[in-house]
Design a protein around this ligand. Structure first.
Ligand code: SAH
Length: 407
């Protein structure tokens, strides 16, 4: 084999042996054999013994992303085998949710395919290439996906900031097959939703929150059924995007849902989604506002809600931003606590990977203490099961949430 060889510094092999998929530049002793950026390289220990094989990018702090810990060649068949395995891994989900038409098929490092995200939306696939190694092979991957799944088309949405760390600029457009309808319609737990895979956030929709949307529906169903004092179940859906949580709240018997988001386009799609599911327009409001301002205004007016969902964007993009992000989460949640009716619920999230579940809980505790309310953790929430976390890659568990009952 004419592959390049990456030699690991003495004493730095442990995470590799333990199957963490990233090799940082500091762990590398030497690069031999003149590999080109993006090439497959063999990783050896100081004595030349095989450790792993992966793809190389000298411009990234993560110089190697490991593809295999076995001494096997990385061929077209290898990529096919790994794609098949990831897709097959969704059988449990599709068996349990036969009507659903949207799900994540490949969750990057967590499906042992670093840097590659594939989401299915109806007849289309969306591919995200987060690294140079995947960028170099996206044509091959699109070909294999056409063979394996035969979608109507594959659309690329590699317009994410993290590509900058790999020396790559944004890239999007049709990779194979037909251009997608924009927006197109998907089915999720018997709701129909419009998803704009060309212009929407991420690959178009927040599939990772799917299971938590069901939790919200159940919270509403229970509250509507058991609270005899309840006149009208009112739900506040903060950072609503295209209205997913709001739809499930109405599906769970909420009388009134207020959706708040800064994006006019997202709110327009949210409104269309409510109509599509035949909910009367007088049961929902769509407010374009900054959530921080909106909450302060609502608190000043003495507004109260039975259930509040708070699903902000990522506040911390790296460890250096954790402190500032923590202040943001605290401020936000303090105002949420003020607006929950006694006996009501707050469902609050952070999708910042740099903020651990422990730290998030501490931040929420701080907000609660300042609000002088009482709260109980009813459920710890995380990302949906089509976003699995590789046990060797704890970084994969980025979404954390708490379902709190507030008094
Ligand atoms: N809960 C949504 C996903 C939320 S994504 C779902 O399940 O689909 C975060 C959303 O927050 C985006 O739609 C973005 O437009 C919005 N956003 C970001 N900062 C905001 C702010 N300060 N005020 C209001 N909305 C904001």
């Amino acid at each position: 084999m004419s592959e390049g060889i990456i030699v690991i510094r003495k004493g730095r092999e442990k995470p590799i042996v333990q199957q963490h998929p990233w090799i940082f530049s500091g762990a590398i002793e030497a690069a031999r054999g003149d590999p080109a950026p993006g090439d497959i390289v063999t990783v050896t220990d100081y004595n030349g013994a095989f450790l792993a094989r992966g793809y190389w990018n000298p411009r990234s702090q993560i110089q190697v992303r490991i593809l295999t810990w076995q001494d096997e060649p990385i061929t077209r068949d290898w990529w096919r085998k790994m794609l098949r395995r990831a897709i097959k891994g969704r059988d449990r989900y599709t068996y349990l949710h036969t009507r659903d038409t949207a799900l994540r098929l490949v969750n990057a490092e967590n499906d042992f395919l670093p840097g590659l995200v594939i989401d299915r939306y109806g007849d289309w696939l969306v591919l995200q290439a987060l690294t140079l190694g995947i960028e170099c092979r996206k044509g091959l991957l699109a070909e294999l996906l056409m063979e394996l799944i035969a979608p109507a088309g594959i659309y690329e949405r590699s317009d994410v900031d993290v590509r900058g760390k790999e020396g790559l600029s944004a890239s999007s457009g049709v990779l194979a097959g037909q251009p997608p309808a924009s927006p197109l319609a998907i089915i999720e737990n018997d709701f129909t939703l419009r998803v704009d895979i060309v212009n929407g956030h991420k690959t178009g929709y927040y599939l990772d929150q799917r299971a938590n949307r069901t939790v919200l529906k159940e919270v509403c169903l229970e509250k509507a059924a058991s609270d005899t004092q309840l006149q009208q179940l009112r739900v506040l859906n903060l950072f609503s995007y295209t209205g997913g949580f709001g739809l499930y709240a109405l599906g769970g018997g909420a009388e009134w849902v207020v959706n708040v988001d800064a994006s006019r386009d997202a709110l327009e799609l949210a409104e269309a989604n409510f109509e599509l599911n035949r909910f009367p327009p007088n049961r929902a409001e769509f407010i374009q506002a900054d959530v921080f301002d909106y909450l302060r205004d609502q608190a000043a007016e003495g507004a109260l809600y039975d259930v509040i969902v708070c699903d902000p964007p990522k506040f911390a993009h790296n460890t250096g931003q954790v402190e500032r992000a923590a202040r943001g989460y605290k401020d936000l949640n303090l105002n949420c606590f003020r607006l929950v009716k006694p006996g009501g619920y707050l469902m609050t999230f952070s999708c910042s990977g740099a903020i651990s579940a422990d730290l998030f809980q501490k931040i929420i505790f701080g907000a609660l203490a300042d609000s002088r309310r009482q709260a109980q953790i009813i459920q710890h929430l995380t990302q949906a099961e089509d976003h699995p976390v590789a046990l060797t890659f704890p970084e994969g568990a980025y979404l954390k949430g708490l379902l709190l009952r507030v008094y």
